[in-house]
Design a protein around this ligand. Structure first.
Ligand SMILES: *Cc1c(COP(=O)(O)O)cnc(C)c1O
Length: 641
């Protein structure tokens, strides 16, 4: 029987893991202790249990780790931002319209982009591309002539010709000039082809974004035009008889803006530039405020890098009212408003389900430490310390003594003074002492500084079947915080702490940042797993960037994916609409220039040789050959069932 002594409720679980704080209204902990997803906030009755999702995935024979996409969440986010703008525009008596676009670099998966285009169709929601490949995708995917197609990023002549092909197709393709030379090229090619472009100018802003992407604005920003360049661009177009093609002002001060003040600043600055250009005779129709709308990854609603101190409604109000105020003062028309939110549209819609496949414990193995004859004094001392433990002694002192003797023991071992067996016994007792010290202060308020790392040293590392480099690239690259929680069993009190490690051979392949009880910690509480118990963890908010930026470190490839829709009539039911198979070993090897079929032949030849030599019986040879080929066709992650 596993009865917990500690009082524990779902409220405690919620406080510990903060699921509702970062869940964006989509994720919560159910009464049964399992994470639930409500993909449509307007329909809160629909609550799908992650346990059923896990069961369904297993029944379908799909191997973990798995990316789960909730298409309903994507739709809901697209509808949410459009409705929010339309509402505030109506309330404010704003004269322009909202013409948002989704920047596909944030998640280019075809199914994701198609769902966004479909959900955004009633609002003429468009797409943004930042490279030639993305432009090719965007030209094919969104055929709505009333939506915008915005092109950012550095461009060559081919890119510009493609944009003009879009114009020929009747599409509102806006070429945003990042660099003055692009304008010269665009004017030349469009005159040559006699196709009228729609031109946007990207402004290098002085308003500084904060957080991890603040390099996107300021004098050293990589993209955009300075004030003199903007003025020269407009005048150049005028000289060329093309002033009327200049229709959009663009800026983007960085992704994941934690502080609403930066957004207000940028909108104000952008509105001033727009107004002045208007008064100079350039009647621009759109102001594009870029991306930057943040996600509250840590649930703190603060200006932490992984959070944001504003809601969607506040963001929208600041953009609309900020623009209106300046335009009214300047007496210029209200421009149509464009945003390029990517992170905010996609982050919530996907998560990664991984299985815990093992535990790495500092004190996992113990030796028999019963006293024997002729023991070394270091071992004797350590044992005496252990046998004399009592709460009256200073814990720090006990810890210091134990640590010092352990260090001495390691030196003594290297100097051939004690044996391997003696060192093993000393380590065994050492960890017993540390465990004892940890228990002494379990319930005290104040833990002396010198002992604060004990919980970390004594915590387990749970080995999870996935690769950080494939599924959570930003965790590794820029210390991005992503919520990780157990998907089931949160109705029982956690009894140990752990950090997480992945299955790559890289020591960087670990997660040791968690939000626990609203604080950033390097370990998270979890229930001690029974032997052979299977537990699944969810890595959440992976839909923006993480889904598509991963690499194949150690040749772990793309994950199996399931796409999930909910049923309206049965609030607990859902169906897997599509399964996208992850990379096979063959796939990843081919990318690295291997020839899997030739490899299979090579290995078969070696097996045949051993058969001929009598080292392998013929029947077994066939089996080994098949086995090798099956592994080539298999999934790159650990096979756990
Ligand atoms: C990356 C990028 C975006 C998307 O930003 P989010 O913060 O993800 O919304 C928008 N516009 C431009 C120009 C970008 O480079």
């Amino acid at each position: 029987m596993t009865e917990n002594k500690v009082e524990w409720s779902i409220d405690d679980a919620e406080r510990t893991y903060g699921v509702s704080s970062w869940g964006g209204g989509y994720f919560s902990i159910g009464e049964n202790g399992n994470v639930k997803v409500s993909p449509d906030p307007k329909n809160p009755n629909v609550r799908i249990d992650f346990k059923s999702v896990i069961d369904e995935i297993s029944q379908e024979g799909i191997q973990f780790p798995v990316v789960v996409r909730f298409h309903d969440i994507l739709r809901s986010q697209v509808i949410g931002i459009n409705e929010a703008f339309n509402q505030v525009i109506a309330d404010a008596g704003y004269q322009g319209q909202y013409n948002g676009v989704y920047p596909i670099k944030v998640n280019q998966m075809r199914e994701v982009v198609e769902e966004i285009v479909d959900a955004g169709a009633p609002y003429n929601y468009g797409l943004e591309a930042g490279s030639k490949s993305e432009l090719l995708a965007v030209l094919a995917l969104n055929t709505n002539l009333d939506s915008l197609t915005i092109l950012n990023g550095y461009k060559d002549e081919e890119f510009i010709r493609l944009s003009l092909l879009g114009r020929k197709l009747g599409r509102k393709v806006v070429v945003v000039i990042e660099k003055y030379s692009e304008l010269l090229m665009l004017v030349k090619v469009s005159k040559e082809l006699n196709i009228e472009p729609i031109i946007g100018l990207r402004s290098k802003m002085t308003a500084l974004g904060r957080g991890k992407w603040q390099g996107s604005s300021g004098d050293r920003a990589k993209f955009g035009l300075t004030v003199p360049e903007i003025i020269n661009s407009a005048r150049f177009l005028e000289q060329e008889g093309m002033a009327h093609t200049l229709k959009l002002l663009h800026f983007h001060i960085g992704s994941q803006l934690p502080d609403i003040r930066a957004i207000k600043d940028a909108v104000n600055e952008g509105a001033r530039i727009y107004s002045e250009l208007h008064k100079m005779g350039f009647a621009l129709e759109y102001v594009d405020v870029g991306g930057g709308l943040g996600i509250d990854y840590d649930g703190s609603k603060s200006t932490n890098d992984s959070s944001r101190n504003y809601s969607l409604a506040e963001y929208v109000a600041d953009v609309v009212y900020g623009m209106k105020e300046v335009c009214d003062l300047e007496g210029v028309p209200h421009p149509n408003l464009v945003t390029e939110s990517g992170r905010a549209i996609t982050a919530h819609h996907s998560c990664v389900i991984t299985e815990i496949v093992g535990e790495i414990k500092a004190d996992g193995a113990r030796l028999d430490t019963t006293e024997v004859e002729n023991e070394h004094v270091l071992l004797k001392n350590m044992r005496e310390l252990y046998l004399s433990l009592d709460g009256a002694r200073n814990l720090q002192e006990i810890y210091n003594d134990a640590s010092e003797w352990k260090e001495q023991a390691v030196s003594a071992f290297k100097l051939r003074v004690i044996s391997l067996e003696e060192l093993g016994k000393i380590e065994t007792i050492y960890w017993q002492i540390l465990r004892w010290v940890q228990v002494q202060y379990r319930d005290v308020e104040f833990v002396p500084e010198g002992l604060q790392h004990l919980d970390f040293s004594l915590s387990s590392q749970y080995l999870c079947n996935f690769s950080i480099f494939q599924s959570a690239a930003d965790t590794w690259a820029i210390d991005q915080l992503l919520p990780v929680v157990p998907l089931t069993g949160m109705d029982k009190a956690p009894d140990i702490n752990c950090s997480l490690v992945d299955i790559t051979c890289d020591s960087d392949g670990k997660i040791d940042q968690f939000i626990v009880d609203r604080n950033l910690q390097n370990i998270m509480p979890i229930r001690q797993l029974e032997k052979n118990e299977k537990a699944h963890l969810g890595l959440f908010l992976t839909g923006a960037y993480q889904d598509v930026m991963g690499d194949m470190h150690n040749l772990f490839g793309r994950l199996n994916e399931v796409h999930i829709f909910s049923f309206d009539d049965d609030p607990e039911d859902f169906y897997i609409e599509e399964v996208v198979k992850g990379s096979s070993v063959e796939n990843v090897l081919s990318i690295m220039q291997y020839h899997p079929s030739a490899m299979a032949m090579d290995v078969k030849r070696q097996i045949d040789k051993q058969v001929a030599n009598g080292q392998i019986p013929p029947r077994e040879g066939v089996k080994w050959t098949d086995f090798y080929e099956n592994c080539l066709e298999g999934y790159t992650y650990l096979k756990t069932s």
